[in-house]
Design a protein around this ligand. Structure first.
Ligand SMILES: [Zn+2]
Length: 121
């Protein structure tokens, strides 16, 4: 093999490894915070690693969120379809539990996303 070919092969391998890591980080990184959006407004932000139970209220409706062992989950709700309750618990950045009837969104975000307040406004 020529020296040029070896350099080309090494470059391709390096690019492949870098894109693999970028993809993995973007898709599978564990989040660190849970944000709760009701009717388009961020109402609460919790640490994903502090266990708690929280009742999200939207008028007469509610969803009960639990944060446990680094996962967020909806365990109870008064919506008719119960999609949010049946959805599996989430812990990765960008994952969401959405309750359409109650206009409630639970989303996992990373620690360095400090632009939450601007979304709320
Ligand atoms: Zn629901």
């Amino acid at each position: 093999m020529k020296k040029k070919d070896i350099i080309l092969i090494i470059s391709i391998i390096i690019i492949a490894i870098i894109s693999y890591f970028l993809f993995t980080l973007g898709k599978n990184e564990k989040g660190s915070q849970v944000i709760i959006t009701v009717d388009g407004t961020v109402i609460e932000k919790f640490n994903l690693y502090e266990d708690r139970e929280y009742t999200i209220k939207n008028g007469d409706h509610y969803n009960i969120l639990t944060i446990k062992d680094g996962y967020a989950d909806i365990i109870e709700a008064d919506c008719p379809d119960k999609h949010c309750v049946n959805q599996k618990k989430i812990n990765k950045m960008g994952e969401k539990i959405i309750c359409l009837p109650n206009k409630t969104i639970i989303e996992i975000i990373g620690a360095d996303e400090s632009n939450i307040d601007s979304i709320a406004n």
